[in-house]
Design a protein around this ligand. Structure first.
Ligand SMILES: *[C@@H]1O[C@H](CO)[C@@H](O)[C@H](O)[C@H]1NC(C)=O
Length: 109
């Protein structure tokens, strides 16, 4: 039997349909795995101060925050969350780093 070009196309498209419609693993569930972690860097020698912490709840919501001391003397803190179908929501706050405590002025004796 000799296949005509039209028949080849039909066979090919039938095969292609089979391949592309092959089901994705539907029953593969993406289980929520709660976690939390954090870290902190405090290195006065290099003026490297930063931290981060994040938690994922058993509902799948994520809450986190990270801070870094920048050369301008401000600590930049980003807090963020992903709850429900909110997407990534974040907020940046800038606070002046605490200055070194100056020695008490001496009173005249
Ligand atoms: C998520 O973060 C935004 C920005 O900081 C805040 O306004 C909102 O209340 C947070 N949502 C929850 C559920 O904590």
């Amino acid at each position: 039997m000799v296949l005509l070009p039209v028949q080849i196309i039909v066979i090919c498209s039938a095969l292609c349909a089979l391949v592309t419609s092959s089901p994705l693993p539907q029953d593969e569930s993406f289980a929520i795995i709660p976690y939390n972690y954090g870290y902190e860097v405090q290195d006065p020698e290099t003026n490297n101060f930063q931290n981060k912490a994040e938690i994922k709840t058993s509902e799948g919501d994520v809450y986190g925050s990270y801070s870094v001391l920048m050369p301008d003397g401000y600590i930049y803190t980003t807090t963020y969350n992903v709850t429900g179908d909110s997407g990534y929501v974040s907020r940046l706050v800038k606070t002046l780093a605490q200055q070194e405590v100056l020695p008490e002025p001496r009173t005249a004796a």
